[in-house]
Design a protein around this ligand. Structure first.
Ligand code: GLU
Length: 223
């Protein structure tokens, strides 16, 4: 159970997220990763090791442009600490991306069901099961992302703070929590997400702490 940081608004997301992850380092972690959306594609970089390792990797690997992004520090519960098991994780289609703090206890039975339906998995994490469960529900019933997340979480036993976005709907991030902490910072036409307020305190003092079993859909420019 470690750290989450996210941003959607008019600023560049990367500097806010990398600094935010550094502020959450005190929570302990074994890996770190970031996904950014630049208006065209999702760019994702992740690594076992420190946030400083991620910073070196990301800045040499991808362009850090983008006004939407999510970042994660991982404390492995399912799957050893390595690059592949680090978050964020894609869904099979590559459209959805998730970061997750917590544990999906019934991931094994959910995974078996998804494998029967043709899903494949890159990592050993419980989190990759959750993002594909969300994808399957969304696709089958032609649902909006928020609704699919809500239905998927009803099938999950465990603890979570999650942030998910869809590259086809790049103006929103869906967040939810049970057990793990999640704060939303509300700025002027911009929103921040984090495990505590320290990553966004310099930008806004207006924070909401989600209660267990609450979710929120954060849309660019809408309060
Ligand atoms: N259970 C997830 C994993 O092992 C998330 C762990 C965490 O809270 O960082 O990847």
């Amino acid at each position: 159970m470690c750290g989450i940081v996210g941003y959607i608004g008019h600023r560049q997301a990367y500097p806010i997220i990398i600094k935010g992850l550094q502020r959450l380092e005190y929570r302990g972690y074994d890996s770190a990763g970031i996904a950014l959306y630049d208006g065209n594609t999702i760019k994702l970089s992740k690594t076992k090791g420190k946030v400083s390792d991620l910073k070196n990797k990301i800045e040499s690997e991808i362009s850090t442009e983008g006004t939407l992004g999510i970042g994660h520090t991982r404390w492995a519960t399912h799957g050893v600490p390595n690059d592949v098991n680090s978050h964020p994780h894609y869904s099979n289609s590559g459209d959805l991306v998730i970061i997750h703090n917590g544990i999906i206890e019934n991931y094994d039975s959910l995974k078996k069901e998804l494998i029967k339906r043709g899903y494949t998995f890159q990592s050993d994490t419980d989190t990759e099961v959750l993002i594909n469960l969300i994808e399957e529900i969304k696709k089958n019933d032609n649902l909006k992302l928020g609704k699919a997340v809500q239905i998927a979480l009803n099938q999950v036993v465990g603890a979570y703070a999650i942030a998910v976005f869809d590259k086809n709907k790049p103006n929103e991030i869906v967040v939810a929590k049970l057990g793990s902490p999640l704060a939303i910072g509300i700025g002027d036409d911009e929103f921040f997400i984090a495990s505590d307020a320290s990553p966004f305190i310099e930008y806004t003092k207006n924070a909401i702490y989600l209660e267990d079993e609450e979710m929120a859909i954060i849309r660019r420019g809408k309060k």
